[in-house]
Design a protein around this ligand. Structure first.
Ligand SMILES: *Cc1c(COP(=O)(O)O)cnc(C)c1O
Length: 388
């Protein structure tokens, strides 16, 4: 007989870790208890709501201080930030870009916006992100290095970059990934959209590659309503990022002169105002999230068939989304578990469909994706809001 999950008990235990005074819990709801109202009202009162105003610069400064990355360019969302970061990394039409198949669709879409081709990589069970060892072995088999240029022997296309994504705030094994990238001449563009506040070997994520991006969508740990940012250690890239995200307009007192095809990707001041207020509370948000992990851990101790996913040694996760892993033997019951949790007001969701399985991406190049596919059937996210 196939073993079965004790779904009632799991639901009760999860509920016991949550505040007893509420009976419905979203997966991730924003919290506005700081200066959000004051700063947004300030934008309205002064009329500075759109493309000019001081909150954008202030928000960029706060992010720079927090992450330790010297240059920050705020954008209208995280997908736009990824698009520009990939262009700045030198990704061109018909290049291939490596990315995990287990990520939010934006990672693949941004590659496609550049006219490049996503090339899917497997995940590691200990980080939920790109498996650098497996990637290294794979590249060994399929690429030629021609004068430092990495060429896919099968497709004949250049492989230009890798986009590691820090899943739910858990940092990728960046030391190993960097070693692979150095060996094969690949640029790193970190998709740190979910990982503001996460640390790898004592340093904030996003410091490893020359370029990384954040998102401030409504469900992220810090929100601006919608928003994103490009982070870089390179001053020239930073200047170009600002230029490209602001329609490539040349500074002039009155003339409209644009010197390349730019984008209207600038973050509006009113959104940045919200972001400034949220940043003032980020440390507290992370403490709360880590405490919630502790409560879930205690509540779920010894339950058969599922485990709470915890950060790897030498990393500090922001625990953006709290994550259950269902043991392989019980995967058939995932939807039953999701149904039971949601019926009880415990907002729970499966992880994304692996992107290589989606219609528009199923013809893209890929390596063996066994672990990612397995993880995609086993991950369930449970309520993760910062006020729980
Ligand atoms: C949220 C997110 C993004 C960016 O999303 P936007 O909604 O465009 O800000 C990109 N990648 C990942 C992995 C994300 O979770």
């Amino acid at each position: 007989m196939r073993p079965s999950l004790r779904i009632e008990e799991i639901a009760e235990r999860i509920k016991s870790a949550l505040p007893q005074e509420r009976d419905r819990f979203g997966l991730h709801e924003p919290l506005f208890v700081g200066h959000e109202r004051d700063y947004v009202l300030d934008c309205i009162d002064t009329g500075w709501v759109s493309s000019v105003g001081s909150y954008v610069t202030k928000f960029e400064q706060l992010l720079g201080e927090y992450t330790g990355v010297p240059y920050v360019i705020a954008t209208v969302n995280g997908t736009a930030a990824l698009h520009i970061a990939l262009k700045l990394a030198g990704v061109e039409v018909n290049d291939e870009v490596l990315l995990p198949t287990l990520t939010f669709i934006a990672t693949a879409n941004a590659i496609t916006y550049c006219g490049a081709i996503p090339h899917f990589v497997d995940s590691a069970t200990d980080t939920l992100g790109i498996d650098p060892l497996k990637l290294g072995h794979y590249l060994e088999e399929i690429v030629d290095l021609n004068n430092g240029i990495c060429v896919n022997r099968i497709t004949g296309r250049r492989i230009k970059a890798v986009v590691p994504m820090h899943t739910f705030g858990h940092p990728v094994d960046m030391d190993r990934l960097s070693a692979v990238c150095n060996r094969f001449g690949l640029e790193i563009v970190e998709d740190a959209a979910e990982a503001l506040g996460s640390m790898y070997h004592g340093k904030h994520v996003g410091q490893e590659g020359r370029l990384s991006v954040l998102s401030f969508n409504g469900n992220k740990i810090v929100t601006t309503g919608g928003g994103g940012a490009i982070l870089t250690s390179d001053e020239t890239l930073a200047r170009h990022a600002k230029h490209l995200t602001t329609t490539a307009k040349v500074q002039h007192a009155w003339e409209f002169i644009h010197d390349e095809v730019g984008y209207n990707y600038r973050l509006p001041n009113i959104n940045a105002a919200l972001g400034c207020a949220q940043m003032e509370q980020l440390d507290k948000f992370i403490i709360n999230k880590r405490e919630l992990t502790g409560s879930y851990k205690q509540a779920l101790q010894g339950v058969e068939g599922i485990s709470l996913f915890l950060e790897s040694p030498e990393t500090r996760s922001n625990y953006w989304l709290q994550t259950l892993l269902i043991d392989e033997a019980y995967v058939e019951q995932r939807d039953e578990l999701l149904q039971a949790l949601n019926n009880r007001g415990i907002g729970s969701r499966p992880v994304w469909r692996p992107i290589h399985e989606l219609e528009m991406y199923k013809h893209c190049p890929k390596m063996d994706l066994t672990t990612a596919v397995s993880l995609s059937k086993r991950i369930v996210n449970i309520p993760s809001s910062v006020f729980l």
